[in-house]
Design a binder for this molecule. Structure first.
Ligand code: NDP
Ligand code: 2IT
Length: 448
C-alpha cells in the first residue's frame, strides 16, 4: 500500500486516533497514498511534520442545536464546523444538513475541501460543517427555526475574513438566506460571511449553476485533451437530482449530449428520449418532491427502485452527483464493460477508492471530485470578491471566469499526472497539485 515509512506512519497514527471514522480515513488514505511521490522528493515535509499537521484539523467544533417544531415540541440536533486548514486563506466550505452527518463525514469533506480550494487558485483555506438535521418533510418555518438556532451557535466561529460557509446537501438558497439573516441580526453587520446568498442581498450570478456547469466544463476540456472528443452526441447518466445534478444535466444537454437517467435516494428514472429538465426542476426545486413523479408527466419513462442500479445503464459519460461512495467497484466494472469514456465526479468522493483506481487502470477519463466539482467553491470565491468590492458582475462575466478556472484546474491536474508518468492518474495529479501549494504555504508560515 505505502511506499514510504513516513507516510505509512502518518496514516497508521491517524487510524489509531480516529478508529471509527470510515469516510475520513478513506479520504485520508486516498490523498496520502497518491502524494507519496511528492513527499519522497521533499524531505523538508517530514522534517517539519507537515503531513502530521496537514491531516489534523486546526479546529473542530461540535455544538447543540435546539429548536421548536410545528407541534410545539423541542427538537435537539448536533451541529459541526471543522476549520481544517487556513494556510492559503480563510476557511471556506459548505454546510451539509442530512441525517447521516457525523464527525467522520464532516472531516472527510473538510480534508477534501482543503485541496479542492487550493486547486481553484483562489486564496481560500478549507472548512466544512453541518448537522444531522433532516430538512425532508419539514415546513419552511421549521427549517427557518432550525437555521436560526444553528447560526446562533455558529456565528461566534465564523466571519468574512475568518470562515465563510455555503451550501452542500440539504442546504440551498432557502437555508443560506435564513442563516445569513440570523448572522446579520446577531452581529449587526452586512458582510460576505456566507456564499450562495440570494441575488438581492449579495449573492453572485451563476453560483447556483456553478458546480454542475463547472463539472461539464472540466469534463469537456478533459475529453478534448485526452480523447480528442466532446459531449456532442454522447449519452450521459447523472446520479442525484439536487443542485449539482440539475445544472450538470442542463450544461451537458447544452453541449450536445443526451442525459438519459437521473436519481434520488429512493430510485432512478430512465428516459431514452432525454430527460426533460424543466419537469425535474419543478419536482425538485419547487415542489421538493420525489423523482418518480417524473412518470406522471412522462409516462414513457421508467422508474426503478434503488439508486444504485443507475450505473448499469450503458452510457458514454457518467457524472455521479449524489453522495459519497455511491459508485463501487462493481459499478465501475459495469461502466467500463459498457464502454464508458469519462467518469467525472460532481459529488464529493462518490467513487470508492477501488472504483477510482479501476477507472484509471482502464484509461477512462476520470475527473476526481476535488478537481471536477471545484466550480462551486470557485464561484463562491468570486462571490466573496464581489462582496469585498461591493459590486456585482454579470452572469456572463462570472461564467467566463468559472470556465477559465475549470480549464486551469484540468490542465494543472493533467500536467501533474503526466509528469508522474501516467496522464490518466488524475487522482494523483489533483492531490499533488492541490497539496503542493498548501504545503508550501504551511512551511512559509512557520510552526502553527
Ligand atoms: P442537494 O441536497 O441539492 O441534492 C442531493 C442529491 O443527492 C439529491 O438528489 C439526494 O436525493 C441525493 N442524495 C443525497 N444523499 C443521498 C444518499 N445517501 N443516497 C442516495 N442519494 C442521495 O445537494 P447538492 O446537489 O448540493 O450536492 C450533491 C453532491 O455534490 C454532494 O456530494 C455535495 O457534497 C457535492 N457538492 C456540492 C456542491 C454545491 O455547490 N452544492 C459543490 C461541490 C460538491 P434525496 O432528495 O432523495 O435525498
Ligand atoms: O463541496 C463543496 O465544494 C461545496 N459544497 C461548496 C462549498 C462552497 O463554499 O461554495
Amino acid at each position: 500500500m505505502f511506499k514510504t515509512e513516513y507516510v505509512k506512519k502518518v496514516y497508521e497514527e491517524l487510524e489509531q486516533k480516529n478508529p471509527n471514522e470510515k469516510e475520513f480515513l478513506q479520504a485520508a488514505l486516498e490523498i496520502l497514498e497518491s502524494i507519496e511521490p511528492y513527499v519522497l522528493k521533499h524531505p523538508e515535509l517530514e522534517k517539519n511534520k507537515i503531513l502530521e499537521r496537514f491531516v489534523e484539523p486546526e479546529r473542530f467544533v461540535q455544538f447543540r442545536v435546539s429548536w421548536i417544531d410545528d407541534k410545539g415540541e423541542v427538537q435537539v440536533n448536533r451541529g459541526y464546523r471543522v476549520q481544517y486548514n487556513s494556510s492559503i486563506g480563510p476557511y471556506k466550505g459548505g454546510l451539509r444538513f442530512h441525517p447521516s452527518v457525523n464527525a467522520s463525514i464532516i472531516k472527510f469533506l473538510g480534508l477534501e475541501q482543503v485541496l479542492k480550494n487550493s486547486l481553484t487558485s483562489l486564496p481560500m483555506g478549507g472548512g466544512k460543517g453541518g448537522s444531522d438535521f433532516d430538512p425532508k418533510g419539514k415546513s419552511d418555518r421549521e427549517v427557518m427555526a432550525f437555521c436560526q438556532a444553528f447560526m446562533t451557535e455558529l456565528y461566534r466561529h465564523i466571519g468574512a475574513d475568518t470562515d465563510v460557509p455555503a451550501g452542500d446537501i440539504g442546504v440551498g438558497g432557502r437555508e443560506v438566506g435564513y442563516l445569513y439573516g440570523q448572522y446579520k441580526r446577531i452581529k449587526n453587520e452586512s458582510v460576505g460571511v456566507l456564499t450562495g446568498k440570494g441575488l438581492s442581498f449579495g449573492g453572485s450570478l451563476a453560483r447556483t449553476e456553478a458546480t454542475g456547469y463547472g463539472l461539464c466544463y472540466f469534463t469537456e476540456e478533459a475529453l478534448k485533451t485526452m480523447k480528442k472528443d466532446s459531449f456532442q452526441g454522447k449519452t450521459v447518466v447523472v446520479s442525484g437530482s439536487g443542485n449539482v445534478a440539475i445544472y450538470a444535466c442542463q450544461k451537458a444537454t447544452e453541449l450536445g449530449a443526451k442525459v438519459v437517467a437521473m436519481s434520488d435516494s429512493n430510485g432512478y428514472i430512465y428516459d431514452a428520449d432525454g430527460i426533460k429538465l424543466d419537469i425535474i426542476k419543478e419536482i425538485k426545486e419547487i415542489k421538493r418532491g420525489r423523482i418518480k413523479e417524473y412518470l406522471l408527466q412522462v409516462p414513457k419513462a421508467t422508474y426503478h427502485e434503488g439508486a444504485k442500479g443507475i450505473w448499469q445503464i450503458p452510457c458514454d459519460i457518467a457524472l455521479p452527483c449524489a453522495t459519497q461512495n455511491e459508485l463501487d467497484l462493481e459499478d465501475a466494472k459495469a461502466l467500463v464493460k459498457n464502454g464508458v469514456l469519462a467518469v467525472c465526479e460532481g459529488a464529493n468522493m462518490p467513487s470508492t477508492l477501488e472504483a477510482a483506481k479501476y477507472f484509471i487502470e482502464h484509461k477512462v477519463v476520470f475527473g476526481p471530485a476535488k478537481a471536477a466539482n471545484a466550480g462551486g467553491v470557485a464561484t463562491s470565491g468570486l462571490e466573496m470578491s464581489q462582496n469585498s468590492m461591493r459590486l456585482n458582475w454579470s452572469f456572463a462575466e462570472v461564467d467566463q471566469k468559472l470556465k477559465e478556472i475549470m480549464v486551469q484546474i484540468f490542465q494543472n491536474t493533467y500536467h501533474t499526472a503526466s509528469a508522474l508518468g501516467n496522464p490518466f492518474d488524475t487522482l494523483a495529479g489533483a492531490n499533488i497539485a492541490g497539496f503542493e501549494k498548501v504545503a508550501t504555504a504551511m512551511l512559509a508560515q512557520g510552526v502553527y
